[in-house]
Design a protein around this ligand. Sequence first.
Ligand SMILES: Cc1cc2nc3c(=O)[nH]c(=O)nc-3n(C[C@H](O)[C@H](O)[C@H](O)COP(=O)(O)OP(=O)(O)OC[C@H]3O[C@@H](n4cnc5c(N)ncnc54)[C@H](O)[C@@H]3O)c2cc1C
Length: 319
Amino acid sequence: LGIKGAPTCELVFKNAKAELIGTRRMGLIRYVMSLMNGARLGIMAQSVGLSDAAYREAYNYAIERRQFGKPIIEFPAVYEMIANIRAKTDASRTMLYETARFVDMYKTLEDISKERKLTPEERTEMKHYSRLADAFTPLGKGMTSEYANQNAYDAIQVHGGSGYMKDYKCERLYRDARITNIYEGTTQLQVVAAIRHVTTGTYLQQIREYEKEVVVPELEPLKRALSKMAQMYEKLVELVTTPKDEDYLDFHARRLVECAGHIIMGHLLLQDANRNPELFRRSAEVYIHYGQVEVIKNYNSVTKSRIEDMGYYKLMPEK
Ligand SMILES: Cc1cc2nc3c(=O)[nH]c(=O)nc-3n(C[C@H](O)[C@H](O)[C@H](O)COP(=O)(O)OP(=O)(O)OC[C@H]3O[C@@H](n4cnc5c(N)ncnc54)[C@H](O)[C@@H]3O)c2cc1C
């Protein structure tokens, strides 16, 4: 479909001479996971770039294109789409920076540990940031790559029929975005990695840390909205984990992970808006509203279904 600048092919090695590198049995859990986590951060950055390009293309087209005697950006149906693209882009960027910060923190301490013995406080700090990096990487990769796809889709919609043609860049963005939620692990696999941080409480602990941040009075309503979302999330985690049924947890895992994502990204945008209202207030308002609706939707999806209903979704090969 896309990323035509990167030639891709499958390599098959047959009877090739091989030499063991590293420690036996550490291949998947240490080396591949370490490589994948680095690459996942890269895909997050790629997703932010795609989303940002989608925003610029959609915005520039909407101020130029006129229909019914006015620029299409003046129609609520159009400016809502563009505002959502912008909000999801800003939310993706702030998530990327926060994840990169956690990775930087633990990697710096890891580097220091190669030079000298860490103090007990430093060791605790390294473990703390390593855990946060481990939790935020799949969450951020999953959320930002899905947003890159949604944003590229909406950018085409803003362009109407022209967006479907090759004349405008949004057609390429749409094709290029499609790989981001597939390679370095599909979104479903990011959920598999992230769900343990839902059940062990890593996300909730970090949300509690964000809740301690003080914001200006104008932003208090947003902070309260995030706090309500966190209450719903906590309740959802309890509802889904109480039956101790692995299939049931897997069935709702994506909903739980996404709720954590909306709340965390909402908090990060809120902090951005607190530091720089001119740049981020609008996106914080739009994103937190969007996230709130999504959390309510996920909450309803869980509370309005029964464990037995999973059977209706289970499609097995016919005998
Ligand atoms: C353009 C391109 C470039 C690539 N570059 C590289 C590269 O450089 N190096 C490299 O090693 N690989 C590369 N890949 C491979 C890529 O990483 C894989 O295609 C991707 O990780 C998905 O794996 P899969 O294709 O085996 O899909 P599958 O694992 O077969 O997945 C199929 C479907 O099943 C779902 N699924 C699978 N397992 C689970 C589970 N446990 N729980 C829930 N759902 C599940 C998936 O989400 C998906 O919907 C590239 C692929 C493409 C298309």
